[in-house]
Design a binder for this molecule. Structure first.
Ligand code: ARG
Length: 294
């Protein structure tokens, strides 16, 4: 519930209570005055109900109040440089996806609000109405398309195996080894399919998996090249190889099925693609030196 709605509620409730108190003092009042107050009570009760009803749309694209046009995006801010917490400058979530989302939201006339959660919870939150859309470097897969509609793809990347040292050079070397993946990600599916002999360890956050590899508790992970870059730059002990036979994975924004917000978003997104703005943002975020270690 937004701050605005809370204020609206308390104002209405306050007045309603005042009216009730005054009318109880009116024992001696004339019949007409009593009727007048009764009418006032009914009107404020109706206003209260309307305020409650309006809240159903709260935080969503369907909000009717112009000042209240907030759109809520769900993300998993563990994915540098798509979305991550800029610890050097407070707790703000920044990144490639965030820049795109902010621009698209602004062009659509919304203020963007971001909800951070585990990657595996995002589509559930979307369908439960807790967020209006999802942007998290998410790849539209056939399975996901059963529960969500996706925008066009705005970026593509490849998947790698990342490990420590040079013991692991091929998928066969991972037989009987522990391979980390982010829970609910396509990397989880890729690992199961491409490395059937490995034990898959699914964790919630990418930095957690990296940490497990660094300390030797797991042997390798499946990770996107663009996301791996930062960790490879920071630690010369980490090595990678590309998974051949694996098609490129695209990123797109996810919406509830049949939500017209998807089409509005897509229109703005395509304007940004055509004008070269997305390309500029990709250069800004993907071609820079990695940020210092978290
Ligand atoms: N592209 C992969 C997928 O869709 C991984 C995305 C992970 N995103 C994140 N913000 N952690 O499954």
């Amino acid at each position: 519930m937004s701050q605005r709605t809370v204020e609206r509620y308390s104002h209405i409730c306050h007045n309603f209570v005042k009216i009730l108190i005054i009318s109880s003092y009116m024992k001696k009042g004339t019949m007409d005055m009593k009727k007048g107050f009764l009418a006032l009570c009914i009107v404020s009760l109706a206003a209260f109900t309307v305020a409650c009803g309006a809240d159903v749309n709260e935080g969503g694209s369907t909000s009717t109040d112009e000042d209240d046009k907030v759109i809520v995006m769900g993300t998993s801010a563990d994915y540098f440089p798509y979305e991550f917490v800029d610890t050097a400058n407070g707790d703000e979530i920044v990144g490639f996806d965030i820049d795109i989302a902010k621009q698209v939201a602004e062009n659509m006339g919304y203020e963007l609000k971001i909800e951070d959660m585990d990657f595996g919870s995002l589509l559930g939150a979307l369908n439960a109405g807790r967020v209006d859309f999802v942007m998290a470097g998410m790849t539209p897969t056939e399975e996901r398309k059963e529960n969500a509609d996706f925008s066009d793809i705005y970026f593509t990347a490849k998947n790698l195996i990342l490990s420590k040292g040079d013991a692991i050079q091929s998928l066969e070397d991972l037989d009987g080894k522990q391979v980390g993946v982010q829970l609910g990600s396509i990397q989880e599916g890729i690992a199961k399919e491409q490395i059937p002999g490995a034990e898959i360890v699914a964790l919630n956050k990418i930095p957690e998996i990296i940490q497990e590899i660094k300390t030797g508790r797991i042997d390798a992970m499946v990770i996107e090249d663009t996301v791996a870059k930062k960790y490879l730059d920071q630690d010369s002990e980490l090595t990678t190889f590309e998974i051949v036979d694996e098609e490129e994975a695209g990123s797109a924004a996810a919406f509830r099925k049949d939500d017209e917000l998807r089409d509005q978003f897509n229109e703005e997104l395509n304007k940004m693609i055509d004008s070269g703005e997305i390309e500029k943002l990709a250069q800004k975020w993907f071609e820079q030196e990695a940020a210092p270690a978290e």
